[in-house]
Design a binder for this molecule. Structure first.
Ligand SMILES: Cc1ncc(COP(=O)(O)O)c(C=O)c1O
Length: 419
């Protein structure tokens, strides 16, 4: 740590002490002259790669025109262009947009919209979910106790149902899915009546909670339960969106059309921008003036987002699907040789590798060691999962086969050295 770093609040955990001078594609050039292969994408943000030229150019051009055209006062062209661009990629009925700055803000906004639209107070989230760190989203987040430690009691009206994490339960995927749906119905019968439940909020692929892909039957079951009871289904695509899973949005893998979708991270390639998408008829039930914000829909961020959507449409989503297969094959080959790798799962370039000790306990320390060794060899990886025993693979979607192979080689070397 250098002297100045001492003045940065220690509430931020530091996974590395790299000072990034410059980012370019899949690489971080550090101030000390080292170059790292970045397979974190800033936690799933720089899907187009660091400083994609089209995104840089769009932002640069917009900065010279107008930076802040506050949305309550003015419309600006990038805002309108972004709504048009998103209508091309978001599931059909979700044609109207609200913009804010962070993922948590989008989730808070989605819940406020659902409460207004239904007149109901409660919401249901899932075990292991991560929706943010603000007061309400903290109550919606159950991936780790650290996010709520010493902040309790949290906002009321949030109920938690199990997520079909088949590997954790040790059951067959379909059996887990049906059990979770039964438990959800039980929750609606025992804790929050359907008539008091505004929304069910789900990550279509569980992110921070361990990179878990649910069976389609689970998400379709949620759709059915919501339709039966007039509950709104919110898909949180903050991490799984913008091409990450090899489709523009993860819901497309499951033929799921939610009532509300939240997005952030990959939306603007690193500019702080988040959004809520919903059908116009639903947005019309959100009383004008009851929600908003100073910066949401910032002109530079929107210009970067329009460019981001354009870049993703030029083959990056397909590349994510293709490179995801290469990465998955490589990781599964490693799994067959390394018994501590208990599970390899994911969609596209959102892949989790779960480490389990021979006695069935999470191999948290080993994951820490492996990630540390990768860093020593200039590959940046992150972990996830309640116990931190899942290595998450989220390279930029521009990643090449050579870069994937380099990543796999470094990871295999780190595993061998740690075993
Ligand atoms: C699925 C999901 N929702 C919401 C959030 C919160 O986003 P932010 O950190 O921008 O508030 C995250 C962040 O990791 C996330 O992964």
């Amino acid at each position: 740590m250098n002297d100045t770093q001492a003045y940065i609040s220690p509430v931020w955990p530091s996974f590395t002490d790299i000072v990034a001078e410059r980012g370019e594609g899949c690489y971080i050039h550090a101030q000390d002259g080292r170059t790292y292969l970045d397979f974190t994408s800033g936690i799933g943000v720089t899907n187009t790669g660091h400083c994609h030229p089209a995104v840089v150019e769009a932002a640069r051009e917009q900065v010279g025109k107008i930076i802040h055209a506050q949305v309550n006062i003015l419309f600006h062209p990038p805002l309108l262009r972004l709504a048009d661009a998103l209508r091309e990629v978001v599931p059909g009925p979700l044609d109207t947009f609200f913009f804010s700055n962070s993922g948590a803000e989008a989730l808070e906004g989605a819940v406020k919209l659902a409460r207004h639209a239904t007149g109901r107070p409660n919401i249901i989230v899932f075990q292991g979910s991560f929706h943010g760190r603000t007061n309400l989203t903290m109550a919606m987040t159950t991936s780790k106790t650290i996010y709520r430690q010493h902040y309790q009691p949290l906002a009321a009206g949030v109920f938690v149902a199990p997520y079909p994490y088949a590997y954790r339960y040790g059951w067959d995927a379909e059996e887990t899915s049906q059990w979770c749906l039964r438990e959800l119905r039980h929750l609606l019968a025992s804790q929050t009546a359907p008539s008091e439940t505004a929304a069910i909020i789900v990550e279509p692929v569980l992110g921070e909670g361990g990179y878990v892909v649910p069976p389609a039957s689970f998400l379709q079951g949620l759709r059915q339960i919501c339709d039966e009871h007039g509950i709104l289904l919110v898909a949180d695509e903050v991490q799984s969106g913008f091409g990450r899973t090899g489709k523009f949005f993860a819901v497309e893998h499951f033929d799921l059309v939610p009532d509300i979708m939240t997005m952030a991270k990959g939306l603007a390639s690193g500019f702080p921008l988040s959004g809520i998408a919903a059908p116009r008829a639903l947005m019309d039930r959100w009383l004008t003036g009851t929600h908003g914000g100073t910066y949401g829909g910032n002109a530079v961020a929107c210009a970067a987002a329009v460019a981001t959507v354009g870049v993703l449409q030029e083959g990056l989503v397909e590349n994510a699907a293709r490179m995801g297969e290469v990465l998955m094959d490589g990781l599964r080959a490693l799994q067959s040789r390394v018994p501590v790798i208990g599970d390899v799962r994911g969609l596209g370039l959102m892949i989790g590798v779960e480490f389990t000790n021979p006695d069935g306990t999470p191999a948290t320390e080993l994951v820490k060691e492996v990630i540390g060794r990768c860093l020593d060899n200039k590959l940046i990886l992150l972990n996830c999962g309640t116990y931190g025993n899942v290595v998450r693979w989220i390279p930029p979607l521009i990643v090449t086969q050579d870069q994937i192979e380099t990543g796999l080689e470094v990871f295999a070397g780190a595993l061998a050295a740690s075993a």
